[in-house]
Design a protein around this ligand. Sequence first.
Ligand code: 5RP
Length: 219
Amino acid sequence: MSNTVIAPSILAADFARLAESAGAVEGSADWLHVDVMDYHFVPNLTIGLPVVQSLRKATTLPFDCHLMIADPARWATQYAEAGAYNVTFHAEAATDPVAIAKDLRKAGSRAGLAIDRDTPVEGYLELLPHFDLLLIMTIKAGFGGQAFIPELLDKVRTARRHVDAGHLELRIEVDGGVADDTIAACAEAGADTFVAGTAVFGAEDPAAAVRRLRALANG
Ligand SMILES: O=C(CO)[C@H](O)[C@H](O)COP(=O)(O)O
């Protein structure tokens, strides 16, 4: 059975029709990726807790919440309490990532650690046993529709070697520019979890786009 997870990012959906967009990928996607941006950690503003709480009632898809926010220690557990399956926060914004991970698990979600384009992965490998997911940005965090940066797959390779050598139960997720022409390289590098915004919600048939991405990831 395939281990592949496809998580369409609602950043590329119509924000006036979020429930409809989620519905369009129910049955084909595994998770719904929810990008929370606060205009401080990144220079963009998207959605926050009230939208996540409302959307939670509108779809059965598990939420993969990606917090691009300056103060995850203050907010992260509230996303877990709102029903997120994963809550991922940025290493660059956290003074004690392990404490936040413990709080998230206590609050009932899985804990994810994200690293942005310019952050080396090596400094965080030792923390991975405390996490369920490592999100490696394949663009600079902040905006959808950017071009994939293939050089960043070296971080995925490094993380995959570490995870396999330590027999860690940790998903490796890539986010940014993941599309038909880039997903196979991500999978070959060792990613098993794929965020795709434009490639899914920019497509005429989002469910077919998810199925195509999964097939390409699985080779
Ligand atoms: O985290 C993100 C941006 O910071 C988005 O999830 C990412 O950009 C997905 O969009 P696309 O697939 O269009 O690149």
